[in-house]
Design a binder for this molecule. Structure first.
Ligand code: COS
Length: 380
């Protein structure tokens, strides 16, 4: 692993940092309070290329590597995790899966629009009774003449109402269990496709999370991704990369809270001196910095594995497990360093603490990451 960033990496990181400070920071508290989606900001992110960073230029993307992507994810997440989850889902779960496993027609029709930010994507795997247990899909897609008939409900879908294209995982043959699962591209507006109510969330409240209902939606056969029965593997492979993005998001949330706590400790005075001069505070900052650095190494390792063509199931799971725990630990401590001010909205850290929690839940809970990690290390 080479941690020397290239000039391009530094440029991208700095561009993401500037964008986050200039475009996302203004209004971030109000958007959180009102559960308001950062529509204009996401549009700009698309124009700047943040929504299709790893897609090849042939399909309208930035042609960048995973290291560039995680650097940008970290910077955006320091300020606004509601915006970075849109970026993560569009880049890793939708664009990556389509570019890797979609056919040329699907790439021309959908990927180009998604990579340029003209359209937004959503990834629909979770169901009321199939979250961690992803093989237990109740949504069915029954094969008919020239289409599949899609029926079922998906839950907690990021970009639920604002997306244009949805990758939907469904059971096509129950007998075959996970080998009878397929992935389909569903378009907003297809007859029988209804968007359910918006979720009222603890954190990432600016993001747009809905349940979705499919009632006899006719999905053309050409919208199936890959060979018949490839859907579960498609979901697993896509989520493996998605977890690197969420690990970078968690890292950003932690780093954002740490930077605020460090700055606060230099100006806030107690007992006649800045609180950084009290060991109780200095030691907290030392712990925070150390775990953030460790998380960053794991995130970079996973990103490098992916860029080098190595298997990244294990490194991605470890990065997500550790970075999301770091995000929780660090944000709780950042609130503590801020004392009473940490408990009110204007200091940002209470929002970061609420935002951190989801990183231990979505794209595979911490317990799922431990399944992936333990299976991987015990197999050797
Ligand atoms: N890449 C490719 N294939 C994979 C894979 C991966 N990362 N992980 C599993 N598979 C394949 C297995 O090889 C197996 O295929 P074969 O039967 O051909 O060998 C198949 O998928 C089933 O795997 P397994 O038996 O391990 O399935 P389990 O039901 O035990 O589940 C876990 C495995 C728990 C890892 C999986 O269900 C999972 O990741 N769950 C969490 C899903 C999730 O992230 N939900 C959040 C929703 S998105 S916000």
């Amino acid at each position: 692993m080479d941690f020397n960033l290239t000039e391009e990496h530094i440029m991208i990181r700095d561009a993401a940092r500037d964008f986050a400070k200039n475009e996302l920071l203004p209004g971030v508290i109000e958007r959180d309070e009102k559960q308001e989606f950062p529509k204009e900001q996401i549009k700009k992110m698309g124009e700047l290329g943040f929504l299709g960073m790893m897609v090849s230029p042939e399909y309208g993307g930035g042609g960048m590597d995973t290291v560039a992507y995680v650097l940008a994810m970290e910077e955006i997440s320091k300020i606004d995790a509601s915006a970075s989850v849109v970026m993560s889902v569009n880049n890793s779960l939708v664009c990556w899966g389509l570019e890797k496993f979609g056919n040329e027609e699907q790439k021309q029709k959908y990927l180009i629009k998604l990579a340029t930010g003209e359209s937004i994507g959503a990834f629909c795997l979770s169901e009321p009774e199939a979250g961690s247990d992803a093989t237990s899909q109740r949504t069915t897609a029954i094969e008919k003449d020239d289409h599949y008939l899609l029926n079922g409900t998906k839950n907690w879908i990021t970009n639920g109402s604002i997306a244009d294209f949805y990758i939907v995982i469904a059971q096509t043959d129950k007998e075959k269990k996970h080998k009878g699962i397929n992935a389909f591209i569903v378009e907003k507006g297809m007859e029988g496709f209804e968007i359910g109510p918006k979720e009222q969330k603890l954190g990432i409240r600016g993001s747009d999370t809905h349940s979705l209902n499919f009632n006899d939606v006719k999905v053309p056969k050409e919208n199936r991704i890959g060979e018949d029965g490839f859907g579960f593997k498609f979901a697993m492979k896509t989520l493996s990369g998605g977890r690197i993005g969420i690990a970078a998001q968690a890292l950003g949330i932690a780093a954002g809270a740490y930077e605020l706590a460090k700055e606060y400790s230099k100006v806030r005075k107690a007992f006649g001196t800045e609180i950084m001069n009290h060991q109780a505070i200095a030691f907290k900052l030392a712990d925070m910095h150390t775990s953030i650095e460790a998380a960053r190494h794991l995130v970079m390792k996973a990103a490098c594995d992916k860029d080098n063509g190595e298997n990244y199931d294990l490194s991605g799971a470890m990065a997500k497990l550790f970075a999301s725990k770091t995000a929780m630990d660090v944000t709780v401590e950042a609130v503590q360093v801020h004392g009473g001010n940490g408990y009110v909205k204007e200091y940002h850290v209470e929002r970061l603490m609420r935002d951190a929690k989801i990183t231990q839940i979505y794209e595979g809970t911490s317990e799922i990451q431990k399944i992936v990690i333990s299976r991987s290390i015990l197999r050797d």
